[in-house]
Ligand binder design. Structure first.
Ligand code: C2E
Ligand code: CA
Ligand code: CA
Ligand code: CA
Length: 278
């Protein structure tokens, strides 16, 4: 207690204790969250830019905890990754997403796809592909309607296993999307060697596409490159009508963002389908 002031030592303890306490608390809540049924999927429409029609929806995870309130994924996915809890949680997400999409097809008579985010640790788990196949079987959803979104960071590890898993998923008919495209330090060459179907341009590029010439140039270049490689393009974070005009002119295939709809709880999404698709 004699050492006051900013010694390196005294600077650390109080905050670190607080952070690790909060972490431990959250981890212990998270361990029980699954059986308590605290996770919920929201769905955000993905729209054909030209026709304005719905093609699929992205499943986005929410955690409703009594003590913590609604926790957004940016706050708990990293911890779920570190603890390995992402593996059972991620499996649940894929099962629920497949069931939901099968249900939309029953309700509307139209095939509607579902896109699911896959985190690196989940993807590398040896049971991953089997879990995906089981979810498809159990739901009766056709593989072509399931899309897996994988970030560039994962792809860049460049391992043989990554390539093998991607090929296996591709052969089964599942669609593969590069998520957050443009935010990693991509070598781009992976686009040629891996069986991706779609690039999703990160919202950080779409945000200022009308005001920043550089962002507009990048988006244009990404769309041209993707198309010449036979890939479809999704723009995420579309918030204003003027952005949709730009994306239409630049032949961006699909769009997603608050302009069309925020992510919705399943029942609200079904209602959205009802008012927008008939
Ligand atoms: P992401 O995959 O890039 O998802 C897009 C995020 O942008 C979502 O945030 C979505 O709500 C938000 N968004 C959608 N439209 C707009 C818009 O027009 N403007 C703006 N500013 N934002 C928009 P959310 O739901 O908080 O998810 C954050 C991230 O958490 C996701 O980023 C994804 O990486 C991760 N995530 C979400 N659900 C899952 C999941 O089930 N599994 C895994 N592994 N990760 C998930
Ligand atoms: Ca995503
Ligand atoms: Ca494919
Ligand atoms: Ca993103």
């Amino acid at each position: 207690a004699k050492h006051k002031g900013k010694s390196a030592y005294s600077r650390f303890t109080p905050e670190m204790t607080e952070i690790s306490h909060e972490r431990l608390q959250m981890e212990s809540y998270m361990r029980k969250a699954m059986e308590l049924g605290e996770f919920e999927l929201y769905f955000q429409p993905i729209i054909d830019t030209h026709s304005g029609k719905l093609v699929s929806a992205e499943a986005l995870l929410r955690w409703n905890n009594l003590a913590l309130g609604m926790v957004m994924p940016d706050r708990f996915i990293p911890l779920a990754e570190e603890t390995g809890l992402i593996i059972p949680i991620g499996e649940w997400v894929i099962q629920e997403a497949c069931k939901a999409a099968r249900n939309w097809q029953t309700l509307t008579g139209n095939p509607i796809g579902v896109a699911v985010n896959v985190s690196p640790r989940q993807f590398r788990d040896p049971g991953f592909t089997d879990a995906v196949m089981r979810a498809l079987d159990a739901s009766g959803l056709s593989a072509e309607l399931l899309e897996l979104e994988i970030t560039e960071r994962l792809i860049l590890d460049n391992s043989i296993e990554t390539a093998d898993i991607l090929r296996k998923l591709d052969r089964s008919g599942i669609r593969l999307t590069v998520d957050d495209f443009g935010t990693g330090y991509s070598a781009l060459s992976y686009l040629k060697s891996y069986p991706f179907d779609t690039l999703k341009i990160d919202k950080s590029f779409i945000q200022d596409v009308l005001t920043e010439n550089d962002d507009a140039s990048l988006v244009r270049a990404i769309i041209t490159m993707a198309h010449s490689l036979g890939l479809k393009v999704v723009a995420e974070g579309v918030e204003a009508e003027a952005q949709t005009h730009f994306l239409k002119e630049e032949h961006c295939d699909y769009s997603q963002g608050y302009f069309y709809s925020t992510p919705l709880p399943e029942q609200d999404f079904i209602q959205w389908l009802d008012t927008n698709e008939r």
